[in-house]
Design a protein around this ligand. Structure first.
Ligand code: SF4
Length: 291
């Protein structure tokens, strides 16, 4: 099955518009230069909510700058679960965001990408940066570029979730680049293996209401790692709409998984409506004993 969103990405990364936007970002580095370009502010990224390729915050995170890439196209570890449920495919439906993601991908291919990223990030006062609200580490060189950016900005913390499991094995990742492993019913065995090698970060898992058979993956992750499992809630528009009773789900997990269920953490924003990441901070502050 061909996804419209992927076809659109393939078109956009070849477009003159994305190419020119990436070149503009590489040439600029501050608000004035961006404002002097012919692009509209929301596209080039100038104003309260952007700085060049960085978007500053969203509803879930609060005011945290992020850098995103096109979904699937930049996700070598994507699984059938992603194609069916990924929010970045189905919920980011803003054409400017699509163009910006395509341009960000072109920018990230450049050898000077770490210099460009450091230039923009140095102008942002925010101490925490999220990578890939959409997209993932698409090759080792790209991962190394972010590792370099993190080393050059040691006072900032970068965090992300990945399915690019093969790429992060054996990679030299600085402590301020926090990478959580994203498991689903198709990749959980490999995630457990990789987590045992790295012993860093959470394992994340998306809970889909009414699909409790998927919890066997959770069981495998708990039995085969000592990781903390961060449970997200499947909230794409076509996901089952059943209301999730968190206390009841917790009880069911305890009955099924035993004491290990205490290592499952429910994402507070998705299961309880808040706080936002900016206040929660679990994904970059919390360190389980195994860190
Ligand atoms: S656990 Fe907290 S910081 Fe992590 S994604 Fe959820 S709300 Fe954000």
């Amino acid at each position: 099955m061909r996804l419209w969103r992927v076809e659109e990405t393939e078109r956009l990364v070849k477009s003159e518009l994305a190419r020119e936007l990436a070149e503009t970002w590489a040439r600029c580095g501050d608000e004035q230069c961006l404002a002097d370009t012919p692009f509209e502010p929301e596209l080039v990224g100038v104003g309260r909510w952007w700085l060049g390729p960085f978007t500053i915050g969203n509803r879930k995170m609060g005011e945290i700058p992020f850098f995103s890439l096109p979904p699937v196209f930049t996700c070598p570890g994507h699984t059938p679960f992603c194609l069916k449920w990924c929010y970045a495919i189905y919920e980011i439906v803003n054409w400017r965001a699509h163009v910006r993601e395509a341009a960000a991908y072109l920018l990230s291919l450049r050898d000077d990408f770490p210099d460009v990223a450091v230039r923009y990030l140095s102008r942002l006062p925010h101490p925490v940066v999220r990578l890939h609200v959409s997209g993932d580490f698409y090759d080792r060189r790209y991962l190394e570029k972010w590792a370099e950016v993190a080393r050059r900005l040691p006072h900032k913390t970068f965090y992300t979730y990945t399915k690019s499991l093969r790429l992060i094995r054996g990679a030299d990742i600085p402590k301020n680049l926090i990478i959580h492993l994203s498991a689903d019913p198709f990749n959980y065995a490999e995630v457990a293996e990789v987590w045992r090698e790295l012993r860093r970060g959470f394992i994340t898992f998306v809970y889909t209401p009414g699909r409790d058979e998927e919890l066997q993956a959770l069981q495998h992750l708990l039995e085969n790692t000592e990781a903390t499992i961060l449970l997200f809630l499947n909230h794409v528009q076509h996901a089952p709409r059943a209301r999730v009773d968190v206390a009841q789900l917790r009880r069911r997990l305890r009955e099924r998984l035993g004491p290990a269920a205490s290592r499952v953490v429910f994402d507070p924003e998705e299961f309880a409506g808040g706080p936002q990441c900016l206040q929660c901070r679990l994904c970059w502050i919390y360190r389980p004993a195994t860190f």
